[in-house]
Unconditional design. Structure first.
Length: 382
């Protein structure tokens, strides 16, 4: 539901009840991931999407029905119709399960606070019961900031604590995922399926080298939702005026900046300097950090010299296997803008486990389902 947090926040502030339809399970080639939502208020105003258009009309009517019935939750599955491709269903061939529930902001003030936190960019987790006893369906519990405290209840203190612990871990990882709790005496007797929606700070894209390619890459990175930093030791080149799309421009030696800045498993490091005095100390450090992607620009000859220098600097073969060099996918790129697309395409493929091949050369699902352990987070190469 965090995809429509700004509108839902406004409705909550205005104390306007609404029906909320949430994607709770996806299989096959479905267009949108679990957690995506559509909402309809009493005036019939709709916001959001759960399928990119395939089943929006049917879900809208379900929302109107839930509003009219006074809030009895409904679960429905949508899949492909072999008999009639234009019937209600996902013509892309996948299946989605949708939970439709009534939300009354007067009964859940913590929801308003959580949605406000999301719109302000604060780390937020929202746990929603999606399977279990009917009287518990749709209940929510929220964590804001460091997740040390939670608001709302899912049924009992034991359930709340168990879910809060799961939500806290998912928030740290920046993952939205489904989790199971209960069914035992240590947590709670009732087994519950809970979808934890998370809003984490934007992943970081660290671009080293204030070159023309960095300007295009910072623009594409910003478009993709990254917090973009451009760093270069040369103050004449590292200026905000040259990189208007970067969130910050830093004048410092690249390896020295990387030593002191915060990174995590979603961080992408792109080295565009192709200058050994900058590259080698920077890559030596980057390859030893828990970042999700490290790429370096340069020709294949430069790459060979770079590998030799890194080996001489003590970098192991195992760590060198994590280096994407020459950086980017083979798209035939020439201009800085085309090169930026090549680089970010490789980053996306690395995150999502894609092959980088044309879809016409494959026969599996188009929308790849990433395992929970890596969902919404950068993956480190095996």
């Amino acid at each position: 539901m965090l995809n429509i947090a700004d509108t839902l926040r406004d409705w909550c502030i205005e104390a306007r009840p609404f029906a909320l339809a949430t994607v709770i399970r996806v299989s096959g080639s479905a267009p949108l991931p679990p957690g995506t939502a559509l909402a309809v208020n009493a005036d019939g105003t709709a916001v959001g999407s759960i399928s990119g258009g395939c089943v929006e009309g049917a879900v809208y009517e379900l929302c109107r029905q839930v509003l009219a019935d006074g809030g009895t939750p409904a679960q429905v599955r949508f899949g492909y119709s072999d008999d009639d491709a234009f019937a209600v269903g996902l013509t892309c061939g996948g299946e989605i399960d949708v939970l439709v529930q009534l939300v009354d902001p007067a009964n859940e003030p913590h929801l308003t606070e959580a949605l406000e936190a999301v719109t302000q960019g604060l780390p937020t987790a929202l746990a929603q019961i999606i399977d279990g006893p009917e009287e518990l369906l749709g209940r929510t519990l929220t964590l804001i900031g460091d997740g040390s405290a939670y608001e709302g209840t899912l049924g009992s203190t034991r359930e709340d604590r168990a879910v809060a612990a799961q939500a806290r871990a998912l928030l740290r990882a920046g993952r939205t995922a489904r989790t199971e709790v209960g069914g035992d005496l240590d947590t709670c007797p009732e087994k519950l399926s809970v979808l934890v929606h998370t809003h984490a700070p934007r992943p970081r894209l660290l671009i080293f080298g204030a070159v023309d390619f960095a300007g295009a890459l910072s623009e594409v990175g910003r478009f993709l939702g990254y917090h973009v930093t451009v760093c270069d030791a040369r103050p004449v080149f590292a200026t905000p005026a040259r990189f208007p799309h970067a969130d910050e421009v830093v004048v410092d030696w690249p390896h020295r900046y990387l030593e002191r800045t915060e990174v995590d498993s979603r961080t992408a490091v792109c080295v565009l300097t192709h200058d050994a005095k900058f590259d080698i100390p920077l890559l030596r450090l980057a390859l030893d950090l828990p970042v999700g992607y490290v790429g370096a620009m340069g020709s294949r000859r430069t790459h060979d010299h770079r590998l030799k220098a890194l080996r001489e600097a003590g970098v192991s073969e195992g760590r060198l296997a994590h280096l994407h060099s020459p950086i980017g996918l083979d798209l035939g790129a020439h201009t800085p803008e085309e090169t930026a697309i090549s680089i970010t395409a490789e980053i996306i493929a690395h995150i999502r486990g894609g092959t980088g091949l044309p879809l016409t050369r494959g026969d599996g699902p188009i929308h790849r389902v990433v395992p929970d352990a890596h969902s919404s987070a950068m993956r480190t190469a095996a």
